[in-house]
Design a protein around this ligand. Sequence first.
Ligand code: PLP
Length: 402
Amino acid sequence: VSVWSAVPAGPPDPILGVTEAFKADKNSRKINLGVGAYRDENGKPYVLPSVQKAEEVINTSKLDKEYLPITGLAEFTQRAAHLAYGAESVPLNNNAISAAQSISGTGALRIGGAFLARHYPTSKAIYLPTPTWGNHIPLFKDSGLDVRGYRYFDKSTVGLDFEGLKSDLRAAPEGAIVLLHACAHNPTGIDPTPEQWATISQIVKEKKLFPFFDMAYQGFASGSTDRDAHAVRLFVKDGHQVALAQSFAKNMGLYGERVGAFSLTTTDPEEKARVDSQLKILIRPLYSNPPCHGARIANTILGNQVLCDQWKGEVKGMADRIINMRERLYNILTHDLKTPGEWGHIKSQIGMFSFTGLTAPQTQVLAEKAHVYMTSNGRISMAGLNGSNIEYFAESVDAAVR
Ligand code: PLP
């Protein structure tokens, strides 16, 4: 008898399972709107020209393959912090941001979860928006935190449940950790307005909550990396100490390179040095040190004004294509097809994803009858739509809801 004979089969990953079903479908009109990776106007993965240029620079400099330090390429984490917190940031300019390169956004969240579980003195409770990115829940549980939820999505308006959010954060125990999607909330595509962010910051202050920002889409929401950093910068300006998980998977298209950063704002360089030392103690037995290639790409882009401006233009190009798809989808549904229901949220939501309001049975019909694949909560990746498939998609949705 094998030692593993009692290991039960677990369920497949709900998002990656959509891709499996899509791959198995032989129909030529099939569309995959499940996965959160950008696709160009031809439905193809997109390697950013700025990334290609950075790779040429790296190749010609014939760098060695030595280990990076435990917390990664320091130049990269410094530049990543600059991109997120902004040039005016007080903790940045005071050398009081402790940062570590991470295995993309997931790794940053996991380092953060583990650091908070070990060193945050006040609480083990972390409040996540309902719904949230599915991986947040097991990730923070496995980090040793006590996962709870705050209301976020209002089904009836397909918008933000701001009253629910406020009352849940006000009812949280003092000092609890609260996870906030910095921009382009996944899966809903609904973000608080600047006024609502100001109110959230106030509640976080009153309740002495600890804000942990997940910023997986900087630049993807509005097309501007500065505008998308609004919430993080507002909280820092309001005097909060924050934790931040950054990913360069989406905004640089570096998905498989696993480039990210985790950072914490501290009060001064001496405290930062102590926090740095504990980040190293935490990371060393986890994976020793991070990989270098992707961090070199991001570092080359962020460290060169011309290349960085080019990259920002390319991020805006991706964001604009998505925004354009939203408008076209809205127009086809409401004006051309007169599809029953209210579709304004398609246009008002931001980022890669849209919560369509389609029900689980409707998504099943779409997969079986129309070869259109999405997660069963009705979330679609707008990046999977393009000029060649958007009309077919809209017609399929129209048929599914009638
Ligand atoms: N956080 C959110 C909200 C996400 O949507 C994602 C990716 O889909 C991530 C974090 C982490 O992605 P990665 O680990 O690829 O950077």
